[in-house]
Structures are given as structure tokens and as C-alpha cells.
Design a protein around this ligand. Sequence first.
Ligand SMILES: Cc1cc2nc3c(=O)[nH]c(=O)nc-3n(C[C@H](O)[C@H](O)[C@H](O)COP(=O)(O)OP(=O)(O)OC[C@H]3O[C@@H](n4cnc5c(N)ncnc54)[C@H](O)[C@@H]3O)c2cc1C
Length: 458
Amino acid sequence: MRRTCVIGAGPSGLAASKVLASRNVPFDCFEAGSGIGGLWRYGNDNGMSGVYASLHANISKESMSFSSLAMPEAYPVFPHHSMVLGYLEDYAASFGLHRHIVFGTRVTSVRPLDDGGWEVVCRSRGGVAEETRRYTEVVVANGHHWDPRLPAPAVPGAEEFGGTAIHSHDYRTPDPYAGRRVLVIGMGNSACEIAAEISRTAARTFLSARDAAQVFPKMLLGRPADHLVWSPLSDLPRFLKDPALRLLLRLTRGAPARYGLPEPVRGPLAGHPSTSDELLAQLARGAVTPKPGVNSFGRDTAVFRDGSRESVDAVVYATGYRISFPFLEPSVFAAADGRTELYLRTVPPRIPGLYFMGLAQPSGAAFPLLEPQAEWIAELIEGAVALPSPTDMTRAIAREWCRHRKTYVSSYRHGIEIDFRSYRRALRRERRAGRRRARVGVPALPAVAGPAPAADAL
Ligand SMILES: Cc1cc2nc3c(=O)[nH]c(=O)nc-3n(C[C@H](O)[C@H](O)[C@H](O)COP(=O)(O)OP(=O)(O)OC[C@H]3O[C@@H](n4cnc5c(N)ncnc54)[C@H](O)[C@@H]3O)c2cc1C
């Protein structure tokens, strides 16, 4: 009998569960924590949430809403993490999802069987006994922001450093940093927001970045910056979009140099946007001192690439996350160097019955893509759509990596970066093509029907 296993009840697993439930596809969802919401559950007892006390969504409530349920009107533009969790609770309750979820149960092994199914081993919290079940499909929705990534190799002298050093995953409040000299390493959203928060009470705050990045204000021309995804600017071809956005940033925020930040070499669309009004304000006030990359540590010092040296007594590594699947043998599937070999960021071409949800990072809206992705997976499970041949999917992935290299900064952080609109279009196109393939019963038509997908599409 067909039965699908969903791993994780964060936003991705909830979207998958909602769609499978609405189509009467039999499934079980296993969740390591004792509640839904994943990362958005502050202090989640799964030990995997890096949300800190003051965190607000860095994109607007519209971009944080699933296609089928808008966030409440009464919510502010950038809701607090507790509100996002409240919204996810409403979503799960509205669609009756709790009864499908086995809480406090961690999937420890997922193994393909010779007959085409999957063996899933799970362990309940505190339980010594493991349970083994068989499934016809597995949907992996275990998140990609929980396994802290530290500089590798480590910064020379890091082991000699005598102060405190944590990853941003373990940061909760600025209290331990009051009156101290703090170095925050990184230039992503967490680095920017944490440096700004710490700088209100720290003696000194340094923000060290190896590479220049654009810091976006949260609002542009009176609208949330992520609404650019829906604006006419998004329809421009890439060679016009980049300079237009650069100009918009100049007119609203000013040049990076006004904040002591270096100007990124590539256009604003080449990297995942870091958004922080507070960082810009704290830089302008001199409360945060920008620094280039760290070359080495001493017992109580950090030496930077430009030869400058600062005494430091605490370090926060906001250096991002590894993409990990501890329950899968790397020979089955792994994300090497932050890259995933997935057709439309969902299907590993030669592993039937295994699907991945939410393993893509759009600049801006993310949640609105989850239900369409889950619909496609459900259609594949039901046989309503058919995939291209494994060879065609592998070719499509290779083409996509070529485009990706030309579009984005080459780094671990950008391995799963996608363009929201191109991805949504590519999903629609694939679902249409898949229906045609299923109708004619030929599963081996070309990977992408019609014209090749737009740049940075898959
Ligand atoms: C500090 C920070 C701020 C962010 N802010 C935003 C924002 O403002 N807007 C935005 O759109 N995104 C933001 N993100 C991105 C965030 O990853 C997504 O919003 C979203 O939480 C991804 O959902 P997910 O379900 O894929 O993963 P998660 O939310 O991480 O959920 C994964 C779930 O899977 C479960 N799980 C994992 N492994 C297993 C296992 N082996 N067995 C059983 N269960 C398992 C976990 O317990 C968890 O509940 C932020 C990320 C970080 C780190």
C-alpha cells in the first residue's frame, strides 16, 4: 500500500502535509520537536532553532504567507518570531494537520529498498527503542538553517583565543555582551542584526566581512524591500535590473562608503540580500566598526586582513549553516559544498520516491513557493504528472548550474539561491509538461518543454 513519509513539521513540512492531506494521499509526518513551526519555535526542544529573542521576520508578512492563508491584517509589516509561529499554528489548525504529525520523533535513517520503497527508522524522544516503517515515498523537509557552519579551516589562532566564542545559532540576547568588545563575523542577515543589537550595550562592536555585501534597508520607497519581487522592476532583463536596483539603493540608502562599507564588485542581485535598517543606523553612528576578514586571533586580539589589530573579548560567528541530512547515507544523497543536484530543487534524478522541500533560497518571498512545490510532489506521487527521464533531468541541472555560476557569487551560502519569479514559472511549466507526459504515458520527453527556462530559473 502506498504511504508517504514527511520529515519535519516546519513551514516546508507543514505545506507538504497540507497538500498531501487535501489530496487524500496517505502519509505520516515525523517531527523531532514537540510542536510545529521548526525554526520559528523559539527555544524549540528539538535543539535546532537559532531564533533569538528580539528577532523579527526580515521580509514582510505578505512574503511570509503561504498561498492559501494570508497572515493576519493586524500583524505589523515585519512580524516578531512569536507572531510567525502563531500564524504557523493557525495554518496547521485550519487544515487539521496535527493529527498527521508524530511529535517528539526524530527520523534517524532513511534507506532505499531493493523493491523500490524506503525503510524509515525513527526514535521517539527519551525512548531507547527505534521503530522501523516502510514507505513508498519520502519527502525531506528537515530545514537548512540548523547545522552551524564555522570557518574551515579555522582562523589561525582561534584555539588560543581566550574570550567567549559562539555561533549565531546559539545567540539569544545581547545581555552577555554588555560592556564587552565584541567581534561579529559575517555579513548575512544574522550578522547584521546581531551586530546592531549588541552594539547598543557593548563597549565596542566590530563587524568583520571577507567579502563586501549590499545591506538593504527594510523599506524602499515606502514599501517593504522584498515587494520588489512583485514590482515592474522584476520584469526587467537582468542587465537592466541590476543597475536599476543599484541606483534605487543609492537614492534611498546612499553609497556603502557612507557607512564605511566597501562597495560590492558585483550587482545587488548577485548575492542574497542582507536587510537591516538598524545596522545602517549603528554604522552611521559609529557604534559598529566595519572590518575586513579576520586573518588570525591572539589570546585577546583579532588581526584583520588590512593589518589592523583590535582587542576583542567575545566573538560571534554568524557564518551560516551547512545543509545536512544526517539520516541519509552520503552515497544516497548529500549537498556537497552547499550545492544540491536536484531537478527543480526537488527531485534527485536517479532516486525514485525521494523528494526535497524548501531547499531553495529565494531573495525575498519564500513561503509562497512551498505549496506549489508540494502540489507538484503530490502530483508526482499520485502519478498525475510524470518526470522527464533521469538523463534529461541531469542535463537540466547541469544547465542550471551554468546559469547559476553566471548569476550569483560563488560561495557555499549561495548554492541554493534562486530567483523567486523564474522558479515559480519553471514549476508551473514543469507541472504542465508533466501532465502531458503522464497523459501520453511517455516518461522520457525532454526535461523542459518549450523554451529553456529564464536565467536562474530552476
Ligand atoms: C535567524 C534566521 C532568521 C530567518 N528569518 C527568515 C525570515 O524572516 N523570513 C523567511 O522567509 N525565512 C527566514 N529564515 C529562513 C527559515 O529557514 C525559513 O523561514 C523556514 O523556517 C524554513 O522552513 P523549513 O520547514 O524548511 O525548515 P525549519 O523551519 O528548520 O523546520 C525543519 C523541521 O524539521 C524537523 N526535523 C529536522 N530533522 C528531523 C528529523 N531527522 N526527524 C524529524 N524531524 C526533523 C525540525 O525539528 C524542524 O521542525 C530565517 C532563518 C534564520 C536562521
